[in-house]
Design a binder for this molecule. Structure first.
Ligand SMILES: *Cc1c(COP(=O)(O)O)cnc(C)c1O
Length: 393
């Protein structure tokens, strides 16, 4: 019924399953197990469970199924598997499809835990990983070889907001027969059509824009029915990374308002980027939606809008960045993003603290860099707050 509807309408209605009570708001089926009418019915369900038949919450649950169907509908994916966190989704997607001897090519600009999985975990089990500068197509082309099993990247990198060309990298990967997995958190489900652009598997940390209100950890893997049910599900249901029904309910309610929130956050970010242009305290401002962004044409083509996060690099390094952060009053200092509240992070001393100095430098994580996840507060209040804090910096 929801096939021809817009994303925004699907985010409110797709996947809804009503119980015999006809509830308006989705029910939380906070149950571990399910009762069978007979021993024969239990046997039959273990042979093959129907679409409305469940066995155990680690395998599936009606509330979790609603969330999976809703996000799959939004993304134009055949199917989805919901996970306990974004990292359960990233590690589950990769580990379920890879084995010793496989080759993976990944962009180097990654969320710290993603880098850990690729650099430390997969290699421990005999997977070879080649890292490239994801914005340089020649490096992808040189690194991908016949038999490369998977290509992994964050479509919009953290915290320097570089954009990776999903269509171009996917074309190179598919020529070699590789599966393309995209961590799409920063692009958001609202501004991205990664599957239509060529990605085979899309991964979200639902902790970010999908919840959007700072409450629960969650994640989701989207792809073909074959990949989700034959590769991902057996691995995750037996290794324990499934989403809880309560979390699925939080995420379902989050999806209902995600489009409104992300549009408001994006409008705020656009206004703030404009207000900060040529500010004397800033070495640079990085916002993908700003015409000065080095990849602005690609942003327009791939995402339409610049998203909800911007980064500023202050003259005066760490001391200036800390003075700025400590003078902020509306925003909060924390390391999450995609929240209704404006959140500020100093990557060099927190999320990216463990990176060696040369790698920080190569990734553009300078001592003066502050990442700002823009919330839904009134833009005038945010601009006044940031300008006043810059005066203190
Ligand atoms: C937050 C994040 C993750 C991990 O998600 P969790 O829900 O915290 O496990 C993975 N990738 C990116 C790009 C993220 O921002």
């Amino acid at each position: 019924m929801t096939k021809d509807l817009s994303k925004r309408t699907r985010a409110v209605h797709a996947g809804t399953r009503r119980s015999q009570y006809g509830e308006v708001s989705e029910a939380i089926f906070l149950t571990q197990g399910f009762v069978y009418d007979s021993a024969e019915a239990a046997e039959a369900r273990f042979i093959e469970a129907g679409p409305d038949e469940f066995i155990y919450a680690r395998y599936g649950n009606p509330t979790v199924a609603m969330f999976e169907e809703r996000i799959a509908s939004l993304e134009g994916a055949e199917d989805a598997f919901a996970t306990a966190s974004g990292m359960a989704a990233v590690s589950g997607a990769l580990t379920s499809m890879l084995r010793a001897g496989d080759h993976v090519v990944s962009s180097r600009a990654l969320f710290g835990s993603c880098l850990y999985v690729l650099e430390e975990v997969l290699t421990r089990y005999g997977v070879e990983v080649t890292f490239v500068d994801g914005t340089d197509l020649a490096q992808w082309e040189a690194a991908i070889r016949p038999g490369t099993k998977a290509v992994f990247f964050e479509s919009l990198s953290n915290p320097t907001l570089q954009v990776i060309d999903i269509a171009a990298v996917s074309a190179l990967a598919h020529k070699a027969g590789a599966t393309v997995l995209v961590d799409n958190v920063f692009a958001t489900p609202v501004w991205s059509d990664a599957i239509a652009q060529g990605a085979d598997v899309v991964i979200y940390s639902a902790t970010k824009h999908i919840d959007g209100q700072g409450r629960a950890l969650g994640g989701v893997i989207l792809g073909t029915r074959e990949f989700i049910r034959k590769t991902v599900e057996p691995y995750l249901k037996h290794t324990g990374g499934s989403m809880s029904p309560f979390t699925a309910w939080v995420m379902l309610k989050g999806l209902e308002t995600m489009d409104l929130r992300v549009r408001a956050q994006t409008a705020n970010a656009t206004a703030i980027a404009k207000a900060l242009q040529d500010h004397p305290k800033l070495r640079r401002i990085i916002y993908p939606g700003h015409p000065d962004h080095a990849q602005h044409d690609l942003v327009k083509r791939q995402m339409r809008e610049g998203g909800t996060v911007l980064s500023v690099d202050l003259h005066g390094g760490k001391e200036a960045a800390f003075r700025f952060l400590n003078a902020i009053s509306v925003g909060v200092i924390s390391n999450n993003l995609g929240d209704a509240k404006t959140i500020m992070t100093h990557p060099a001393t927190t999320t990216h603290q463990r990176l060696p100095e040369d790698q920080k430098e190569a990734l553009g994580i300078t001592p003066g860099l502050v990442r700002i996840s823009i919330g839904i507060e009134h833009e005038d209040d945010l601009i006044a707050d940031i300008l006043a804090a810059l005066d203190q910096a």
